[in-house]
Design a protein around this ligand. Structure first.
Ligand code: GLU
Length: 320
């Protein structure tokens, strides 16, 4: 019975010291443990804590982008990773039923991170070669609160389909999605995620799959209607069994906070996260292959946070 008491006392001690020194606490919202947000947010929290600059951070696993921007609004999270399109819809109070008329004008961006590519992973034995073939199939469309679910809805729409046309619309997290794909209870799985996501890797390693393309007129009409999408080719050999490049579409992952967070807190956190580019890129291949300071401030879905403006200006970038 002694150990918990000692651990508790030690923790209280650390907390007391932290409070006395005016430490700020930041919880970073991420996504499923088998996605890319989670390892990236966990790594970012570690960089912040190691900097020992008066900000303590921890990462939390969540349903994804829609949950994260809502939780930033309610103050449950202080920072989060989210899709740029979802961030824009939340900031404007538009685009998604849950945001209609509820603009969260306090949302602020810190940086764009890497492309999030729509992965439509299909079991080979389900014979799905086009999005149109998903009709009548059992499909994992993303977790509750995910950005993936919104991507899935919009991409199906571009092919003239709705969730009602699917045989089964499965709203589970990607980790549960792995098992459903493995034991054949799902035919396909949507995931808007950085290339190299563990969930997609695990499925590809254990089941014969193909990645379904999004291309041609349908991709063009999707991009026309929802301008945050860009064309993106998933490189050959990104996953086991994927021998050729797969044409598709992507949005961007952005690091977000709110104007309620102090300029100094955000500035210090950013210095810890982005100050050592090598350490940042080591957090995940999606960052390693894509992150770059100049791209980090381009085409953002909401205004930059004051602390981010300070940070990027100091790095020589011309931002407002
Ligand atoms: N983009 C996904 C979503 O918002 C999450 C991806 C991830 O966790 O890496 O649903």
């Amino acid at each position: 019975m002694k150990t918990p008491f000692i651990v508790g006392t030690a923790l209280l001690g650390t907390l007391a010291v932290a409070l006395a020194q005016g430490t700020d606490f930041v919880t970073i919202g991420s996504g499923s443990t088998t996605g890319v947000y989670f390892p990236v947010a966990t790594g970012m929290a570690k960089l912040v804590n190691e900097a020992n600059a008066g900000v303590r951070a921890n990462a939390r696993s969540t349903g994804g982008s829609v949950f994260n921007v809502n939780a930033l609004g309610s103050g449950e999270l202080q920072m989060a990773i989210a899709q740029n399109d979802i961030t824009y819809y939340a900031y404007k109070g538009t685009g998604i039923a849950a945001f209609e008329g509820k603009a969260n004008t306090k949302l602020r961006v810190l940086a764009a991170l890497y492309p999030e590519v729509l992965h439509v992973v299909a079991r080979k034995d389900s014979r799905i070669n086009s999005i149109a073939d998903l009709k009548g199939k059992r499909v994992v469309v993303g977790d509750l609160g995910s950005g993936t679910e919104q991507t899935a809805r919009q991409v199906l729409e571009a092919y003239g389909l709705t969730f009602a046309d699917l045989g089964q619309t499965l709203r589970v997290n990607p980790t549960q999605g792995i098992s459903l794909m493995q034991d054949g209870r799902a035919d396909a799985l949507f995931y808007t995620v950085g290339v190299g996501a563990s969930a997609v890797q695990q499925i590809a390693q254990t089941v014969n799959v193909n990645l379904v393309p999004v291309s041609g007129n349908q991709a063009a009409s999707l991009i026309r209607k929802y301008p945050f999408y860009v064309r993106y080719n998933i490189p050959a050999k990104s996953y086991k069994g994927v021998g050729a490049t797969v044409p598709g579409v992507a949005v961007q992952a952005v690091l977000v906070s709110t104007s309620d967070e102090k300029e100094d807190t955000v500035y210090k956190a950013m210095k810890a996260i982005f100050g050592d580019e090598k350490a940042l890129k080591a957090l995940h291949p999606a960052l390693n292959d894509n992150f770059d300071d100049a791209k980090a401030v381009r085409g953002l879905p909401a205004p930059l946070h004051a602390g981010a403006v300070k940070y990027w200006r100091e790095k020589g970038l011309n931002v407002k």
